[in-house]
Design a protein around this ligand. Structure first.
Ligand code: C5P
Length: 222
């Protein structure tokens, strides 16, 4: 049978990337990290000299920039114009940039088709902010993954440290809150649970427990 479309949405630092990668591996599904696409636009704009406030300019960039996601050990690689930029998009600066460029309707529309094509065959876990609400409103499985602000800041701080890019936890917390506020108050495709999403609060759960919970939800739906 055709595999399901699994939508994993939620705020920054809730563990979506790690959990989605593990879930996809367990199910034998493809992983689609949609945040990587917005990050790639922010990075390319910065390098070309297009302002993060220039909606039409960013929209035109998003329509012409060759973007691809490839599976990898770490989850997925983002290929921008033929080059692997996976680590360049994971800086705090590009996190904020992605959240700024993603507010522009032109950018969101330009990336919509690509995301839908990446999920069209089913057997896919897509993670982002608006997968269950906008990109795949008919997804068979919708999860809203969340955790307390403090716990999300703690996880993100540990992740940055492991990558040799340590930042004080207070700063990480402030940046996460700023990004969530921007993502959830924008007029188009704001961050919010779909009406039919199952919310999973991971504050007190370890990674294995979260993955098991999600495997259970997917099995229940198939
Ligand atoms: O998930 P990640 O932290 O990589 O996403 C970076 C930013 O991209 C988010 O803060 C959000 O502004 C934007 N994004 C979005 N819609 C998605 C995925 C990400 O607006 N489906």
């Amino acid at each position: 049978a055709r595999g399901l479309v699994v939508a994993i949405d939620g705020p920054a630092g809730a563990g979506k990337s790690t959990v989605s990668r593990r879930l996809a591996a367990r199910l034998g599904y493809t992983l689609v990290d949609t945040g990587a696409l917005y990050r790639a636009i922010a990075l390319a704009a910065r390098e070309i000299g297009i302002s993060w406030d220039d909606g039409p300019g960013l929209g035109s960039l998003a329509r012409r920039l060759p973007l691809a996601l490839e599976p990898s050990e770490e989850g997925s690689r983002v290929i921008v114009d033929g080059e692997d930029r996976s680590s360049d998009i994971r800086t705090p600066e590009i996190s904020q940039g992605a959240s700024i460029v993603s507010q522009h309707p032109d950018v969101r529309v330009a990336l919509l088709d690509l995301q839908r094509r990446l999920g069209a065959e089913g057997g896919v876990v897509l993670e982002g902010r608006d997968i269950g609400t906008v990109v795949f409103p008919d997804a068979e499985v919708k999860v809203f993954l969340t955790a307390s602000d403090e716990e999300r800041a703690r996880r993100r701080t540990a992740e940055l440290q492991a990558r040799g890019a340590a930042q004080p936890i207070d700063q990480v917390l402030a940046e996460i809150r700023e990004r969530d506020r921007r993502d959830s108050t924008r007029p188009i495709a704001p961050l919010k649970p779909a009406r039919d999403a199952i919310t999973v609060d991971t504050t007190a759960l370890d990674l294995d427990a979260v993955v098991e919970t999600l495997v259970g939800i997917v099995r229940g739906a198939s």
